[in-house]
Design a protein around this ligand. Structure first.
Ligand code: ADP
Ligand code: MG
Length: 222
């Protein structure tokens, strides 16, 4: 599902540098990524999603080398193949929660907002406990509720790859478990792989593999 080879990336010549010799994720796999703050976890998710471009190396997602696509193609590829739960949610406040969940359909001609998609959105929102708040705008929702909207938006298109950046960070322990159940359930239904950055060590046993990110810091060997 994901194959990264000889990846190097830096925001600037003298700033943070990330170097990943090899990293892969198989279809349907559930991988947790842990590591100190500032070690480059969010950067890697942005590289895999094609939001950032590597300096060198290859990033392949579902058989497509994302690092070789044009900007427009990369955006379309991301919207149709990848569900991304951003660390800061990235919700649009001029849209209601429902419209935020449907956003991938607005920006991707290849996706059709049909009855099935609308039905999926309602079911996801209800399962997340925000079914009665879909007409509200993000600023009228708590952090935890905003996070759930972001999760519904990432899942509604039934992506093959789910990238989740601290998606349960703002939730209470009971909700965390429930949201992770939902994420895994949706992933299993769609045969999707999950790459989840998390600081919740009590959630780690629920993943098939845990990757400690500290090893990728340039100059530091495993
Ligand atoms: P993590 O998600 O593991 O906390 P990040 O990937 O967000 O780490 O950041 C890794 C490093 O890159 C940090 O040192 C951070 O300050 C730096 N960084 C992140 N985003 C930018 C940016 N847009 N420009 C310059 N440096 C950045
Ligand atoms: Mg981060």
């Amino acid at each position: 599902m994901v194959r990264v080879e000889n990846l190097t990336f830096g925001y600037s010549a003298d700033g943070f540098r990330l170097r990943i010799p090899e990293f892969s994720l198989v279809d349907g796999e559930r991988l947790a990524v842990v590591g100190p703050s500032g070690s480059g976890k969010t950067t890697l998710l942005n590289l895999i999603a094609g939001i950032l471009s590597p300096e060198s190396g290859t990033i392949e997602v579902a058989g497509t080398v994302v690092s070789r696509l044009s900007d427009a193609k990369r955006r379309r590829f991301r919207a149709s193949q990848i569900g991304f739960v951003f660390q800061d949610f990235a919700l649009l406040d001029y849209l209601s929660a429902r419209q935020n969940i449907f956003y991938p359909y607005r920006v991707t001609p290849a996706l059709t907002l049909d009855v099935a998609a609308k039905d999926r959105a309602e079911k996801l929102a209800t399962a997340c406990g925000i079914g009665d708040k879909l007409d509200r705008h993000p600023s009228a929702l708590s952090q935890g509720e905003q996070q759930r909207v972001a999760i519904c938006r990432a899942l509604v298109t039934q992506p093959k790859l789910i990238l989740s950046d601290e998606a349960t960070g703002n939730l209470d322990p009971e909700s965390k478990g429930r949201i992770l159940d939902l994420l895994f359930e949706q992933a299993a239904e769609a045969g999707a792989a999950v790459l989840a950055v998390t600081h919740d060590h009590e959630l780690l046993p629920r993943f098939e593999r845990v990757l400690d990110f500290a090893q990728f810091r340039e100059g530091i060997q495993v």
